[in-house]
Design a protein around this ligand. Structure first.
Ligand SMILES: Cc1cc2nc3c(=O)[nH]c(=O)nc-3n(C[C@H](O)[C@H](O)[C@H](O)COP(=O)(O)OP(=O)(O)OC[C@H]3O[C@@H](n4cnc5c(N)ncnc54)[C@H](O)[C@@H]3O)c2cc1C
Length: 517
């Protein structure tokens, strides 16, 4: 008889890792199945050539787009999942994001729960992930029951200057919420060295609040927690009635193994969670497990995002650049009725990384700037909400390959955001004081392979005809199956998704503790 667990969690990222952390103190027998291994701590972690040019930490997967063209998705299979590489900008959705919002290309649909339902879990997630910030600074944020556990990370001089200029220009910048292990008041206890290698890089000194460091490692010594790495779940087996998952089939070390548990939580990331369910089709679930609604894999979202690098002759010697955010256009602007999006700083760029990411554009950059881009660039990340549409979807072919069909939505809003940023740069004096006549903006649209913010493929909702999961993230059609990662998002808002995935995992964890009593 194979060993039986109380719960199997598939994937150890923001969703799965956090869920495991929430359940571990209960003593319940937990099996974590992770497709990847621990990300090695090596100098390559902080080498832009290795990370951005060679793509050392990107999976070797091949996926296919709607035309059948192959591409290498920017997914990361490690203990901690995508959070090993993330920028740890840990934002809450706005309260309005939980309701219907009218966009230029359609409606961003309401969630079955409200911001009030999520608020306690947001607070808990912010404390668990040691978020630095200051509630009350961002005029668009919702109410909070607890201040952040750590004060906002201080701006370095160039970003403070930008912050002051924005305020003088009538904007409302705020300290962005950052998940890093840093104590600015007591340097000796700090582990974070405030370097440029944060956003898009693994943290060599384990000072980023990622799911491995915060959620998974601390529970591995517990006798009730087992982690199997290099264990790729291929499919789930269910009973004759199709109401219960009876086996989790794993490919490990060239062998096929099957594990059993009372409850199974799929947390493999939005595309791979859909893949697992679709590959688990059987007589009772001919279109894929829990897919009687034909919604599994549909409504894939990943944000309409743009990285913008402003180059100027003035030096920008900032190391940790991600301290500033701006939501003045989140819900629109004076002359535009639709939501536009969020502006934040992205990790400090450097010439090697930019060459790796966008070789054609960088060839156009003036020689003086690229030669020492790290000292001249001011880097922004623009996020506009994309809408869940049924044709933006993950499907799986007979060989088990992922096909990802995606057309962007709300391009007009995304263009607006870019225009607003250009206006800001001129308004706040960047052009006068910091950007000389040679200044130009390099912009990079994020193509389908950049699936960092993937979400929505198993959305939760009250109606089994239009959603895969109920409000507890349990599959409508299967009694012991949960999906606990960004798949559950019915809409994605215009802020980074990880904190919402973490908060939701804590929320579902609480439900599971009640259930497993
Ligand atoms: C470069 C980068 C920067 C980002 N920056 C930010 C940011 O600043 N703020 C933010 O909020 N978000 C950011 N994100 C997004 C954020 O990391 C994700 O939204 C979040 O990690 C998603 O959580 P998840 O649990 O859905 O998936 P993941 O965290 O990806 O976890 C999925 C896990 O499942 C495993 N897995 C996959 N398939 C299988 C299988 N078949 N069997 C077993 N295991 C499997 C994977 O290896 C992985 O460990 C960023 C992402 C990237 C890549």
């Amino acid at each position: 008889m194979p060993e039986r667990y109380d719960i199997i969690i598939i994937g150890t990222g923001a969703g799965g890792g956090t869920l495991a952390h929430a359940l571990a103190p209960s003593g319940k027998k937990i099996l974590l199945l992770e497709r990847g291994n621990f990300l090695p701590r090596e100098m390559g972690n902080w080498d832009p050539e290795a990370v951005f040019v060679d793509g050392k930490y990107i999976s070797a997967d091949t996926w296919y787009d709607a035309d059948g063209s192959s591409f290498q998705p920017q997914v990361h299979y490690f203990v901690g999942g995508a959070t090993k590489m993330y920028g740890a900008a840990l934002y809450r959705l706005r309260p309005q994001d939980f309701g219907d919002i009218r966009h230029v290309d359609g409606i961003s649909p309401a969630w079955p729960l409200t911001y009030d339902d999520f608020e306690p879990w947001y607070s808990e997630a912010e404390w668990l992930y040691q978020v630095h910030g200051h509630h009350g600074d961002d005029p668009t944020e919702g109410h909070w029951s607890k201040q952040y556990p750590w004060p906002a990370v201080s701006h370095e001089p160039r970003i403070q200057q930008l912050f002051d200029d924005l305020e003088k220009g009538g904007y409302h910048p705020f300290h962005a919420p950052c998940g890093i292990l840093l104590d600015e008041a007591d340097r000796p206890r700090s582990t974070c060295i405030k370097c440029t290698w944060c956003d898009g890089y693994p943290c060599l000194v384990h000072a980023k609040s990622d799911a491995e460091v915060i959620a998974v490692r601390p529970i591995l010594d517990l006798p009730n927690v087992t982690l199997l790495v290099n264990a790729e779940v291929t499919n789930l087996e269910s009973d004759a009635a199709g109401r219960t998952v009876t086996g989790v089939v794993v490919s490990r070390g060239g062998n096929e193994e099957t594990y059993e548990a009372d409850v199974v939580a799929v947390s493999a990331g939005a595309a791979n969670s859909a893949k697992i369910l679709l590959r688990s089709a059987n007589d009772q679930h001919p279109n894929g497990l829990a897919n009687g609604s034909d919604q599994v894999g549909r409504n894939y979202m990943f944000h309409n995002s743009k990285a913008v690098v402003a180059l100027s002759k003035e030096l920008n010697e900032t190391l940790y650049q991600k301290t500033l955010g701006l939501n003045d256009f989140y819900f629109g602007s004076d002359d535009y009725e639709f939501p536009i999006g969020n502006i934040q700083m992205v990790g400090k760029s450097n010439a090697q990384a930019m060459k790796g990411e966008e070789p054609k554009l960088t060839k156009l950059a003036p020689h003086w700037s690229l030669a020492d881009t790290a000292e001249h660039a001011v880097d922004f990340w623009l996020t506009t909400e994309d809408l869940p549409t049924p044709d933006n979807r993950v499907t799986v072919d007979g060989d088990g390959n992922v096909h990802l069909a995606y057309s962007s939505t709300n391009d007009d809003e995304a263009d607006r955001l870019y225009q607003e940023l250009k206006t800001i740069m001129n308004h706040v004096g960047l052009a006068q004081h910091h950007v000389l006549d040679k200044n130009f903006y390099m912009d990079m649209n994020i193509a389908v392979a950049g699936c960092a913010h993937q979400a929505g493929t198993c959305r939760f909702g009250a109606d089994p005809a239009t959603s895969v999961l109920d409000a507890d993230c349990k599959a409508h059609e299967v009694d012991n199956l949960y999906v606990v990662d960004t798949s559950f998002f019915p809409s994605i808002g215009a802020v980074n998704p990880a904190l919402t995935a973490m908060a939701n995992a804590l929320r579902v964890g609480d439900h599971l503790l009640q259930r497993m009593k």
